[in-house]
Design a protein around this ligand. Structure first.
Ligand code: ADP
Ligand code: ASP
Ligand code: MG
Length: 412
């Protein structure tokens, strides 16, 4: 008898028929004698719809109230799922984040789980129930509802798997596993049987939303094996594990993209000690995560500073930075939301020369202008115009030899 944590994403529970099919699948596994904890996302499109409603009232809605609102998507899913399971004659119990003992800090919209008290889940499992837990949400020290950031149901699932010492955490989604790049934009993407935590971390942090980054951090920290697989097929997916063989053999093992960042440029800021710290202080204070930062060399004592932030924080950042720009005497602040970051990832990059050159040449051949570049030991990222994202991903995937054999595409 195993303890299995399963998580079903938005498309997997996107309609009443799909919820019914998931309920059947879970009951079948429970009938084999396994203890089942099922984490659900909101039905497809729900979270976006709720955010749109809030934005009709305010472009920058109050974060506490937005979390109260967004958490209702998952609340509906778990209730419907428990109703489905019970109507099929099996015991079930739905729990919201706070009832499942998921305690977080109070950073609304991107709260971090600091501990899980799974007592109530265990008591329900002991009574033979299938326990379904609302993903993406928790409770802070004041008793307020928090959400964990977009895609956060993955994190709920892995955190519960760690706290319950589950045998496996299965992430059910709308693709067959983790691929060398997004199979929905690159038909030649290849499914991987295994991927190491570190590589998955890098892929997730660079935009491969198949797993949310914090879920991978949790899995790595607590050594939880994750099996990413399709809700709509029975085949094995991808195991995310500590180590894989052959990791260093290829220079580039995946391509990722992120369309969720925006660029902010402060033009002609005085080039003096302390300026960067003054510009970023209010941004950091607001809990906004800054990604790439580039400062140009100074000309006539003035410099340009460019950085990227999540699109969701773009308006807030523009407001904060415009205020500082006036105070420090910068010329103006420019913003651009139509950008994308395309990245190549590979542990083997450390030992293979010429990878960056090949990436830049490939983009140049397609006439794609590089706006910003950032590198680390195992990844290279380029910011480009958003409209070239798909093209850039496909040509990089080919250039680095990642394309599936002809005739064997992601659909197989
Ligand atoms: P869910 O709603 O099940 O959580 P998501 O939409 O969050 O699903 O994540 C699954 C999607 O991730 C896929 O439909 C695919 O478009 C995208 N994706 C991006 N990069 C990858 C990758 N390297 N491998 C697999 N899927 C990827
Ligand atoms: N419903 C949330 C979202 O759309 C959380 C999740 O699906 O994981 O981001
Ligand atoms: Mg997701």
């Amino acid at each position: 008898m195993a303890l299995i944590v399963q998580k079903y994403g938005g498309t997997s529970v996107g309609s009443i028929e799909k919820i019914r099919a998931v309920a059947e699948r879970v009951i079948n596994t429970a009938k084999q004698g396994h203890r089942m904890v099922v984490v659900l996302s909101a039905m497809a499109g729900q979270t976006d719809g709720l955010i749109r409603l809030a934005h009709q009232l305010n472009r920058d809605p109050d974060p506490r109230e937005l979390d109260v609102l967004m958490s209702t998507g998952e609340q509906a899913s778990v209730a419907l799922f428990a109703i489905a399971v019970k109507s099929m004659g099996h015991e079930a119990c739905s729990l919201l984040g706070f009832q499942a003992g998921i305690h977080t800090d109070d950073l609304y919209g991107k709260a971090r789980i600091h501990d899980v008290e799974p007592g109530r889940i265990i008591r329900n499992l002991d009574q033979g129930r299938i326990v379904t837990v609302a993903g993406f949400q928790g409770i802070d020290g004041r008793g307020d509802i928090t959400t964990l950031g977009r895609g956060g149901s993955d994190t709920t699932a892995v955190a519960l798997a760690a706290a319950l010492n589950a045998d496996v955490c299965e992430i059910y989604t709308d693709v067959n596993g983790v691929y060398t790049t997004d199979p929905n934009i690159c038909p030649k993407a290849r499914k991987m049987d295994f991927i190491a935590y570190d590589e998955m971390l890098e892929m997730a942090s660079l935009g491969a939303k198949v797993l949310e980054i914090r879920s991978v951090e949790f899995a790595k920290k607590f050594n939880v094996p994750i099996h990413v697989r399709s809700t709509f097929a029975n085949e094995r997916g991808t195991m995310v594990v500590a180590e894989t063989k052959d990791m260093e053999k290829v220079a580039v093992s995946g391509v990722a993209y992120n369309k969720n960042e925006a660029r902010v440029t402060i033009r002609k800021a005085p080039d003096q000690p302390g300026i960067a710290s003054r510009i970023f202080e209010p941004v950091f204070k607001a809990g906004i995560v800054v990604d790439m930062i580039v400062q140009n060399t100074s000309q006539d004592g003035m410099t340009d500073l460019t950085f990227t932030v999540p699109k969701t924080d773009f308006y807030k950042t523009m407001k904060l930075v415009t205020d500082v720009a006036v105070k420090i005497g910068a010329e103006r602040v420019l913003g651009d939301e139509d950008i994308a970051k395309v990245s190549i990832i590979g542990v083997g990059m450390r030992t293979h020369a010429g990878v960056a050159k090949k990436m830049f040449e490939t983009l140049a051949r397609e006439n794609i202008n590089i706006i910003m570049i950032s590198t680390s030991e195992i990844k290279i990222s380029c910011v480009i115009e958003e409209k070239y994202t798909e093209l850039a991903v496909r040509v990089l995937h080919s250039t680095f030899g990642l394309d599936a054999d002809p005739g064997k595409t992601s659909q197989q």
